[in-house]
Write a new protein. Sequence first.
Length: 268
Amino acid sequence: MSRTISLAALMALPYTPPQMIQLAADTGCAAAGLRLLPASPGGPAHRLMEDPAMLRETQAAIAGTGVRVLDLEIIRIDAGFDAQQFLPFLDVGAQLGAAHVLVAGDDPDEARLTESFATLCDVLKPFGLTADLEFMPWTPCKDLAAAKRVVTAAARPNAGILVDALHFARSGCRLEQLDDIPREWLHYAQMCDGAVPGPTTNEGLIFDARCERLLPGEGGIDLRALFKRLPPDIAVSIEIPSESRAPAMGYPEWARQALAATLAVLDA
C-alpha cells in the first residue's frame, strides 16, 4: 500500500489494545487506533494509564507485529476544559509511539474553544502528538467551516482537522471546502459509508456514528470524490462500527471486509 491504512478503535471496541494491534496485523493494516478515554461518560475505553501490565502487553504487541498506533481517542473540549488533566493519557501515548489525538469540540463558546484547543496543542507538542479536531454535526464544532475557524485562529504547528466521511456528508459540507486546507493540517481521514441524508435527530446521528456505519459502497456518500480531494498520501483510518454485523460474523472477518471495501474506493 502506498499510504498508511489503520483500523480505528470503533472497528472492534471490545478488543483490548494488544488485541487491537494484533487484529490490525492479521488484517494487513500498518496501524491501529486505540480508545483510552470514553466518548461519553461511562462509555467503553481501555485506560492504559491505570493498567501498567496491559500497557506493557500493548508495547510488546507493537514490537512483535510492527503495527504502529496512528491515533488515540478521545479528548473532548468542553466549557470547563483543563488540558493538564490529560497528562497521564499523553504520557502513555508517547510510550506507545502514537502520532495523533482525536479531539472533539464540545464548547459552544467558539472563542473559548479556540483558546482551549491552542492550549491543548501546546501541551501535546512535547509528547510528539498532533491535535486533530473532528467536526461532528451534533457538536458545537459541527462542520468543516467551524473546524477551519478554530484551527486557523489557534495557529499551532501540531494542529489538524480530521475529516470523517460520515460527518462530512451529514453536516452539509462541500468538496470545494477541502481545497484551501493547508496540507500540514491533514494528518489522517476516516473512511466509512452511510445513508445520505442521515437521521434528523442528534440521537440518531450519534447512534449511526458510534454503532451502525456502512461499508464503503453500501451507502450514499461519494467516497471516491471525497478521497480524490484529499492528499493522495493521507493516512486512512477505517472507522466502520456495526453492532449488528461485526459481532455476528466476528471482528476479524468484519475488518477484512472493511479493508477490501476501503481499498476498492482508494484504488478507484
